[in-house]
Ligand binder design. Structure first.
Ligand code: SME
Length: 155
């Protein structure tokens, strides 16, 4: 099966696992687990940074799979902060060439960050996926992950 098909299957699986569950961290945790399992070892770190409801200009780490992630990322900082500020997905083929990249784990070479919106259209979180491989992510990942993120807070 090609990767686009894998993403479609994964989206259905995630939807059926989280269906009826209203506690958002449980939905994020299930998605992080299934994404990480499906695409390991290409996905080295898979998880969510959530918009802090107390300090909405900052992201705070949420459910993830992988090595220790940094706890807080201000909007505008690093790839996650840039995604939160712009509200659009970002693919970074080489993190060392990205100004202000936050190196939580020096093994990370490339990453993709996708915004997660709530039903009202407000940014709720970003999904951050890092890889040890250079240039690991492409448009198939972007559209597959965006489709999954669209279902996470609205299903
Ligand atoms: N890669 C992120 C930081 C978070 S960790 O790598 C888990 C960034 O630069 O936004």
């Amino acid at each position: 099966m090609d990767r686009a098909g894998q993403y479609e299957d994964l989206k259905s699986e995630i939807e059926s696992v989280v269906s009826g569950e209203t506690y958002v961290p449980a939905r994020y945790a299930s998605a992080a687990c299934l994404l990480s399992l499906a695409f390991s070892p290409r996905f080295f770190w898979t998880g969510f940074y959530i918009v802090d409801p107390i300090k909405p200009s900052e992201l705070v780490v949420g459910p993830y799979q992988g090595t220790l992630g940094c706890l807080r990322i201000p909007f505008g900082k690093g790839v996650c902060g840039a995604c939160a500020a712009q509200g659009e997905s970002i693919i970074v083929p080489d993190v060392h060439a990205f100004p202000g990249h936050i190196a939580c784990d020096s093994r990370t070479h490339s990453e993709i960050v996708v915004p997660v919106y709530d039903a009202s259209g407000a940014l709720a979180a970003v999904l951050d996926i890092d890889s040890e491989q250079p240039d690991a992510f492409d448009e198939v990942d972007r559209s597959g992950l965006e489709a999954i993120c669209r279902t996470l807070l609205t299903a």
